[in-house]
Write a protein that binds this ligand. Structure first.
Ligand code: DGL
Length: 294
């Protein structure tokens, strides 16, 4: 505890409050997290890195996702970020502990714990369903986080990797999206467990919110991990006393970095961010060295 406190104190001294918050994701889906962060923290500067060359992460092995996550984090650390948000649910599920070991003095927030906390608060009958990618479900990220908070909660999981492709195609409210969502959601809705809370445990899923609400009905609480995470980041900035000193959101900046196809990122990404992405603010980056994990 003492070393953690000293670490946090040293961090405050070294950290420049003007520095950006770094956010990374496997691609453009993490823009749904950036969108919530920008909404809640309009005075902060952001640097977003999308690993568009190597997505999807959701079907890859844990070792590969850890390696890619460490490389993403290093690029952002080199930009002198003051806090790192791992926007990708898959990366948050498998790589958070390794990233915290690599950068012990950098505050690092993933999306799993904030989403799990809100879900546990929202569920009255202690039965929660989680939609996520194959790897997030396989490694049990949400299951563990939820049961750490309340071991008696029952967790139903559904891997919905097809939704990632549909979201990138912009098919978020048509017949194909409806059919796919019904296929995934009706077994949960009709199950004997009677889940009263559904977690959107993947960056791409919040864009389907209207259809998901229609299918699940008003009785089921829908938790968007992206908004839960933004709230936790806001609280942490205050606790560490590293909030941006800017007073008007007009002065804040958001820069984007991608590992492939800046044009596609700026076009398709707008649907996830819900605002225009100026191609002039999207930079193509390359990984320099591989990271050696301790
Ligand atoms: N960003 C990933 C996640 O939230 C979804 C896309 C992918 O599989 O890379 O799990």
């Amino acid at each position: 505890v003492l070393s953690k406190c000293i670490g946090a104190m040293l961090y405050k001294v070294k950290c420049d409050m003007n520095n950006a918050i770094g956010v990374f994701d496997s691609g453009m889906g993490g823009l749904t997290v950036l969108r919530e962060l920008k909404r809640l923290l309009p005075n902060e500067n952001f640097i977003y890195l999308g690993d568009t060359a190597r997505l999807p992460y959701g079907t890859k092995s844990s070792d590969t996702v850890i390696k890619y996550s460490a490389m993403n984090a290093q690029i952002l650390v080199d930009c002198d970020i003051k806090l790192l948000v791992v926007a990708c649910n898959t990366a948050s599920s498998v790589a958070l502990a390794d990233l915290r070991n690599l950068y012990p003095n950098l505050p690092i927030i993933g999306v799993i714990e904030p989403g799990a906390q809100d879900a546990v608060k929202a569920s009255r009958n202690e039965t929660i369903a989680v939609l996520a990618t194959e790897t997030t479900i396989r490694v049990g990220g949400y299951q563990q986080a939820i049961q750490n908070l309340n071991p008696s909660v029952k967790v139903l999981t559904k891997s919905c990797s097809l939704l990632v492709a549909l979201a990138e195609e912009g098919w978020v409210n048509n017949q194909v999206a409806k059919a796919a969502l019904e296929e995934y959601l009706l077994p949960i809705k009709d199950s004997e467990y009677n889940c009263d809370c559904l977690v959107l445990g993947c960056t791409h899923f919040p864009v389907f919110i209207d259809l998901i609400r229609k299918i699940m009905g008003d009785e089921v609480a829908i938790i968007n991990s992206a908004s839960s995470t933004a709230q936790v980041v806001k609280e942490l900035l205050t606790d560490l006393n590293i909030k941006s000193p800017l007073v008007s959101g007009d002065e804040s900046s958001t820069q984007f970095m991608v590992t492939d196809s800046p044009n596609r990122f700026s076009e398709v990404g707008q649907g996830f961010l819900n605002s225009k992405i100026d191609i002039n603010f999207v930079k193509l980056v390359e990984y320099k060295n591989s990271i050696v994990l301790p």
